[in-house]
Design a protein around this ligand. Structure first.
Ligand SMILES: CC(C)(COP(=O)(O)OP(=O)(O)OC[C@H]1O[C@@H](n2cnc3c(N)ncnc32)[C@H](O)[C@@H]1OP(=O)(O)O)[C@@H](O)C(=O)NCCC(=O)NCCS
Length: 163
């Protein structure tokens, strides 16, 4: 198993990361599956004051270990997608990516960050719980193939002082 001697290197993605991000996304069934143009738009968009979107990558020894996508609309952020390479899990990559997203979102003006997660996704729910997210609601039957409920979660970014 890979062991990080230091936290993974987290940075904003560039167009050069796209092929690896897509490869990882397609190998992770729980991640939302988007076309390449969606990622390309995130990287190439001009930020406007009311909407900002970011793609972060975690890199270990030059290899993509994970990625995350988030959006800030005015004062609310959403963690839209996060995925870690299955062989790199439980090493702190997901946590480091999430914390980078939370810092970025706070600096972009968000006061809270929201997300939705399959109720059956115990690993992701555990990660979010460790990061201080609280469950705020349930959307019954929100997911299909396989069908599942969506658990809504949020955390106040002003309270996350130790980021
Ligand atoms: C969810 C996911 C991003 C977590 O990434 P990760 O790099 O393994 O997470 P971390 O190592 O940073 O975990 C931090 C903490 O979260 C909790 N956690 C993470 N995965 C867990 C799991 N499978 N089971 C229980 N707790 C888990 C633990 O408390 C963990 O700390 P510990 O390892 O010291 O116990 C990863 O499992 C993944 O890519 N899953 C598939 C995609 C997905 O489900 N995305 C979310 C869709 S909403």
């Amino acid at each position: 198993m890979t062991t990080f001697l230091k936290p993974p290197d987290i940075r904003r993605a560039t167009v050069d990361d796209l092929a690896e991000v897509l490869r990882l996304e397609r190998s992770v069934p729980e991640a939302p599956h988007w076309g390449e143009s969606v990622y390309r738009d995130i990287l190439l968009q001009e930020p406007v004051s009311t909407l900002q979107r970011a793609l972060f990558v975690a890199v270990d020894h030059g290899q993509l270990a994970g990625f995350a996508v988030a959006t800030v609309v005015v004062d609310q952020a959403e963690l839209e997608s996060i995925a870690v390479d299955p062989v790199q899990r439980r090493l702190g990559v997901g946590r480091a990516l999430s914390e980078a997203v939370m810092l970025w979102a706070r600096e972009a003006g968000a006061r809270e960050i929201l997300l939705e997660v399959r109720s059956a996704n115990a690993g992701a729910r555990a990660l979010y719980g460790r990061l201080g997210f609280q469950e705020t609601g349930l959307r019954r039957g929100y997911y299909f193939d396989p069908s599942d409920d969506a658990v809504l979660m949020s955390v106040s970014l002003s309270a996350a002082a130790d980021l």
